[in-house]
Write a protein that binds this ligand. Structure first.
Ligand code: GUN
Length: 291
C-alpha cells in the first residue's frame, strides 16, 4: 500500500491557526509580537526566504522588520545592528539569515543574538538547553519535523529513529528532540559505514544530508515514517529532497514530499517561536528601575 503523504502546507496552516488566539491574548496585554530578520549580502535564495518570513508574520498579525547590510560590511557594523535589535522592545525575535558572505564569523554573530530573542535557536545557550531537555528556543526545522510526526500520530517513544545528517541546527537537534521523547536514535553521516543497513532498520527515518536521491527504496523499512529534510536544486532547476520519493513512497508508511513537506513547517515554527519568545518575555519578572 502506498505511503500516506504528510502535507507540510496543511500542517503549517494548523500551526498558524493555533497561533492566532495566542497572539490575540498577547495583544490584550499590550504586547504586539515582533520579528526582525537581518540579511547580509545579496544571496537570492536568502532574499526569498526573508520575504516568505515577513509575509508569514503579516498573515498572522505579527510585526516584522527586514534589515539589510551590504556584503562587504564590517563585522563591527553587523554587531552594532544586532545589539540594536536585541535592545528594541518591539522585537521578540531576531534572526540572521544564513549563509553569510565570506569574511564574517557566523558563530560570533549568532552568539550575539539575545538568547531570549534567538527564535532560530542557533545560540549555544539554546542548543545547550536542548541537550539538557530544558526550556529554551529550539531550531525551527527540527521543531517542524516533530510537529509533522505528532500531527500524523506517529509514535516516537521506544521507536528506533535513524537521522542522516549531523549539522548542529538540523540533524543533531532532531536527534536530541527524538531522544528527549524516548526514541532510540542512530545518527548517520558522511563517515558512516553501511548506511543502507542502518537506515533500513529505522521505524522513523529522517533524511537531512543535503544530497538528492541519497535515500533509496532499499533503505526504507516497510511501513516506516520517512521525513525528508533535504532541499536540493537539481540541474533542471527543480527542487528535490534527499529521498528517492517515487519508489520510497511505495514502501514507507508515511512520507513527506519535497517541496511541500518540511519546508513550509520551518517558517511556521519560526513564527511559533516568535510568539513563544514574546510570551516568555512578557511573563518574565521585570527588574526594578535603577535609581
Ligand atoms: N538559511 C537557511 N535556513 C535557515 C534558517 O532556518 N535560519 C536562518 N537564519 N537562515 C537560514
Amino acid at each position: 500500500m502506498p505511503a500516506r503523504i504528510l502535507d507540510g502546507v496543511a500542517i503549517a496552516r494548523h500551526i498558524y491557526a493555533s497561533l492566532v488566539p495566542r497572539i490575540a491574548a498577547l495583544k490584550l496585554r499590550g504586547v504586539h509580537p515582533g520579528l526582525a530578520a537581518l540579511q547580509i549580502g545579496d544571496n537570492a535564495a536568502s532574499r526569498i526566504y526573508v520575504r516568505n518570513k515577513v509575509r508569514a508574520c503579516t498573515e498572522v498579525g505579527i510585526y516584522s522588520e527586514a534589515h539589510h547590510l551590504d556584503a562587504d560590511c564590517s563585522e563591527a557594523a553587523v554587531l552594532k545592528t544586532l545589539e540594536k535589535l536585541n535592545r528594541n522592545p518591539q522585537l521578540h525575535g531576531v534572526i540572521v539569515q544564513l549563509p553569510l558572505p565570506p569574511g564574517l564569523n557566523a558563530q560570533r554573530l549568532l552568539q550575539t543574538v539575545d538568547m531570549d530573542k534567538d527564535v532560530d535557536g542557533f545560540n549555544w545557550a539554546n542548543l545547550g538547553a536542548l541537550v539538557d531537555a530544558r526550556k529554551g528556543l529550539v531550531p525551527c526545522t527540527p521543531l517542524g519535523v516533530m510537529a509533522i510526526l505528532d500531527d500524523a500520530g506517529i509514535a516516537i517513544e521506544g521507536r528506533h529513529a535513524v537521522v542522516i545528517g549531523r549539522s548542529p541546527s538540523v540533524g543533531k537537534s532532531i536527534a536530541l528532540l527524538l531522544i528527549n521523547r524516548g526514541a532510540t536514535v542512530t545518527v548517520c553521516h558522511s563517515k558512516t559505514r553501511d548506511l543502507v543497513n542502518h537506515a533500513a532498520r529505522a521505524d522513523i527515518l529522517i533524511a537531512a544530508a543535503g544530497r538528492a536521491g541519497l535515500v533509496t527504496v532499499d533503505m526504507v523499512k516497510p511501513g516506516a515514517a520517512v521525513i525528508d529534510v533535504g532541499i536540493n536544486r537539481l540541474a533542471d532547476g527543480k527542487l528535490a529532497g534527499d529521498v528517492a520519493f517515487a519508489a520510497a513512497s511505495e514502501q514507507a508508511g508515511w512520507i513527506t514530499p519535497v517541496p511541500g513537506g518540511v519546508g513550509p513547517m520551518t517558517v511556521a515554527m519560526l513564527i511559533a517561536n516568535t510568539v513563544t519568545a514574546a510570551e516568555r518575555i512578557a511573563d518574565a519578572p521585570k527588574l526594578p528601575a535603577a535609581v
